[in-house]
Write a protein that binds this ligand. Structure first.
Ligand code: E4P
Length: 220
């Protein structure tokens, strides 16, 4: 399973990348707004310098022609840019053309299995189902992940399931069990995957016992 970090914050990206298990980055206009990005292309270039894997850079246009222009500009920033395109009619058309041009795409704002099916038919590199946002409105986000994995398996689509809007470690665990190819998570969720109170207390005990042993050896 690939781990992406879901942020535009350069310090967070560096911290996650330093762990050595980061496979990519997803950004979106809200995440860019959160960190006050002024120079979008320059900012994406900085992220691409930090991380070797795929970096999603989202278009803000909503018509085919404008999306294509923006997508080509984003794709030219670095070799590892993936153009993020919203799952709307013109977006699907843009994904089809971009795929034919050899440009990687991440089809975003997916909330239903049929949307995911159309994105795969258009040749999207990634589909991003937003699981947390479905949970927020009392709908089973995990069922969407299950449905997409099954549909893609049925037909052998190569589009990778990129579970997005992940809010806590249980989301990640369920996505891994269901076979999502990628999970994009905030830094806090990535770090929480490491934590277990028995690890902390166990390590404390090991180190205390080791110190006791050193003391005993010194006094022999
Ligand atoms: C990922 O590509 C999405 O931009 C992101 O996961 C959305 O997460 P949110 O629902 O927490 O905003």
């Amino acid at each position: 399973m690939k781990f992406f970090i879901d942020t535009a914050d350069l310090d967070e990206i560096k911290e996650a990348n330093d762990l050595g298990v980061l496979d990519g980055v997803t950004t979106n206009p809200s995440l860019c707004a959160k960190v006050g990005v002024r120079d979008f292309e320059g900012h994406i270039a900085k992220i691409c310098d930090i991380v070797d894997g795929d970096v999603s850079a989202e278009v803000v246009a909503t018509t085919y022609d404008e999306m294509m222009e923006e997508a080509r500009t984003n794709a030219a920033i670095a070799d590892n840019v993936v153009v993020k395109i919203p799952l709307i009619k013109d977006g699907i058309k843009a994904i089809k053309t971009l795929t034919e041009e050899g440009i990687k795409t991440n089809c975003t704002l997916c909330f239903s299995p049929t949307q995911a099916l159309i994105a795969a038919k258009a040749g999207a590199t990634y589909i991003s189902p937003f699981l947390g946002r479905l949970d927020d409105i009392s709908t089973d986000g995990m069922q969407l992940i299950r449905d997409i994995v099954q549909i893609y398996d049925n037909y052998g689509y190569e589009t990778e399931v990129l579970a997005a809007s992940i809010r806590h470690p249980m989301h990640l665990l369920e996505c891994a069990k269901e076979g999502a190819d990628v999970a994009t998570m905030p830094l806090g969720v990535i770090k929480s995957l490491l934590k277990h109170p028995l690890t902390d207390s166990g390590l404390e005990r090991f180190l205390a016992d080791w110190d006791d042993l050193q003391e005993r050896l010194k006094n022999e």
